[in-house]
Design a protein around this ligand. Structure first.
Ligand SMILES: [Zn+2]
Length: 439
């Protein structure tokens, strides 16, 4: 089982530190980690009693925060490509109906392995059987913000009332050092007023987040407006659901008034550029306007059925290019802003900016070591490293990953699990699930 914090101090020496601190400093120096937190960031870290890792030739980068995913869907990569949303969902619903807790765990382990190997140290998930995902988080040593999917009781295949299942899930995992359990209403198309309000009540009672899909497609917005007379954001405001400590995934189809409303209510936005493009949600999420209104934005990969990768490096690159091109403005979203989305702003929307998302004394030591001699990082100049991270760095440049000061990847090898076993179990789950595809 993964330890939540390292037993002995670790010092990484002589590395390029991409701090993401309030001044966004990039400097040469050391980091020292004790009991899972940074105790020194900068030149001249004390080495007493520590395991010393030579960081020369490496960049230390805060661990990425993937702000929206369904990690257990790893065995479903490629299962419904190049389909309209209707056909895509038909395939996924047919396959989902066959899922067992056991294959959800196998899928989660495969997805988490992929995330760790691409520098993600925290992720926000939305799915069912989240206990299985939590076990995978615990064993592989990543940080999981795990949302139990909730929908109206008459629409679910879950045993019992989904919102009660979410509450029980939160109770079971709330004290775990790596798991932050939460409630996740799926979207306005399967959740009525009662479900939204009970979800909010459960979150407030537990002091946890709420995570949900919001205004992903024009059709979703149109159908909700036809049914209720209100667009989803306005409706959620009117029923008293919107508020801080909540993260909305997608947020593509918004009016100016809705953008203002989301910002004013402190709703965090998980922007999923790849997923929106691949499923042809149309339009482009108004990220620049959301930021201008004061909303905080993170990046999500969504599932590998709609991305088809969990790489946050890819997501930064694409999110930046799409906004620039769509607006005919090469200055829209800088490399620094994109890296902020993937690190400190991701931590902020999770309500954890005070202890995650940057290299700062007192914060939890979640970070990656990037090999500066990798071709995708040439020229390895301090003034170019943020640009490289946003636009060119390859996942293969990531040598090591630490969560709470514990190495969970070293020299591209998982430390808490055997990839051969994880892969075999993931393939076995895929074998069963792919046979359930509608013809
Ligand atoms: Zn999603």
């Amino acid at each position: 089982m993964a330890r939540a914090e390292s037993a002995s101090p670790v010092v990484i020496t002589d590395a390029l530190l991409v701090t993401q601190d309030p001044s966004r400093r990039v400097l040469l120096g050391d980091v020292r980690v004790e009991t899972g937190r940074f105790t020194h960031v900068g030149p001249g870290a004390p080495r007493e009693g520590a395991t010393v890792v030579d960081g020369h030739g490496f960049a230390v980068v805060p661990g990425f925060v993937n702000a929206h995913t369904h990690v257990a869907m790893a065995p479903l990569r490629g299962i419904a490509d190049d389909r309209e949303l209707g056909g895509f969902l038909e395939t996924l619903f047919a396959v989902d109906a066959r899922r067992t807790e056991e294959d959800v765990e196998a899928g989660a382990r495969a997805g988490i392995a992929e995330m760790l190997l691409s520098g993600t140290t925290s992720f926000l998930d939305l799915y069912y059987f989240e206990d299985a995902v939590a076990r995978a988080v615990e064993s592989l040593g990543i940080r999981g913000f795990l949302g139990w999917a909730v929908l109206d009781a008459e629409l679910t295949t879950q045993k019992g009332v989904p919102v009660d299942n979410a509450r029980h899930f939160i109770e079971r995992w709330k004290d775990h050092p790596l798991v932050s359990p939460l409630v996740a209403p799926q979207g306005v198309y399967v959740c009525g007023k009662e479900t939204w309000l009970r979800s909010r009540e459960v979150a407030e009672g537990a002091g946890s987040l709420v995570h949900y899909h919001l205004s992903e497609t024009r059709r979703e917005v149109h159908e909700h407006e036809t049914k209720t007379g209100r667009r989803p954001v306005v409706w959620l405001e009117e029923i008293g659901f919107l508020g801080p400590r909540s993260v909305a995934a997608h947020a593509v189809w918004l009016t100016g008034a809705e953008i203002e409303l989301l910002a004013r209510q402190g709703v965090g936005i998980a922007h999923c550029a790849s997923s929106n493009l691949k499923l042809a949600s149309g339009g482009v999420a108004p990220i620049v306007e959301l930021r201008a209104a004061g909303a905080t934005v993170g990046l999500g990969t969504d599932s590998v059925a709609s991305n088809n990768s969990l790489s946050m490096l890819r997501e930064m690159h694409l999110a930046g290019l799409v906004q620039k091109n769509h607006r005919w403005d090469a200055t829209a979203l800088s490399a620094q802003e994109l890296l902020d989305f993937a690190t400190i702003d991701g931590a902020r929307i999770l309500g954890r900016a005070t202890d995650l998302g940057s290299l700062e004394v007192g914060k939890r030591a979640d970070f990656s070591l990037f090999r500066l001699d990798h071709p995708s990082l040439l020229p390895a100049r301090p003034e170019a490293i943020v640009s490289h991270l946003a636009y060119s760095a390859s996942d293969e440049a990531i040598d090591s990953v630490y969560v709470a000061g514990v190495p969970v990847v070293r020299h591209r090898i998982l430390r808490n699990g055997d990839w051969g076993t994880i892969r075999r179990d993931g393939e076995a789950a895929a074998e069963k699930l792919w046979s359930a595809r509608p013809k």
